[in-house]
Design a protein around this ligand. Structure first.
Ligand code: FES
Length: 164
């Protein structure tokens, strides 16, 4: 499913916008002001860096895996308030999930958990999800020359979805 399809599945309440304004709800503001799980991680099991070429923002994510589950998930981002708040929410959604469950998380799940996001900021929720998915793939298939504990780091662009 493309991101465009994902966005089409969201309700009007979840994708709202007012001309000339970006209105963030209380949940997004709370996660922006007090981001959870932000910062570097010592000895992660895997990491990834992804960026959004539409705006130039990027994220670095770190994960730890115990017994097949995400036991820790931290991030550093150069991003807008939407990117920071949705990344914080994504960490809370992913921690405790199995790798398979975490790979099924979508940016829509983040927007649902946020209680909605301004339509023009919907793409911001892709950063942490793409970073998480790439980190899991790096964990499952580490690059031979990777740093840290042998788990890979990879950079890849984040698109707005197929056909955009
Ligand atoms: Fe770039 Fe939000 S505007 S991630």
């Amino acid at each position: 499913m493309s991101q465009a399809d994902n966005i089409n599945n969201l309700s009007d309440n979840e994708l709202s916008d007012e001309v000339g304004y970006l209105v963030y709800n209380e949940t997004l503001i709370d996660h922006f002001m007090h981001p959870r799980n932000v910062g570097e991680m010592e000895k992660p099991d895997a990491m990834a860096v992804v960026g959004d070429p539409t705006c130039g923002d990027f994220i670095r994510v770190y994960i730890k895996v115990e017994n097949g589950r995400i036991s820790a998930f931290k991030f550093l981002t150069q991003g807008c308030p939407g990117a920071i708040s949705t990344s914080s929410i994504a960490t809370e959604l992913a921690i405790g999930k199995t790798l398979e469950e975490a790979l099924e998380l979508t940016d829509n799940d983040v927007i649902h958990a946020a209680g909605g996001i301004p339509a023009r900021k919907a793409h911001c929720s892709l950063l942490a999800i793409r970073g998480l998915h790439q980190a899991i793939l790096n964990y499952q298939s580490p690059l031979p020359s990777s740093p840290q504990s042998g788990r890979g780091e990879a950079c890849l662009p984040v698109g707005r979805g197929e056909g955009e």
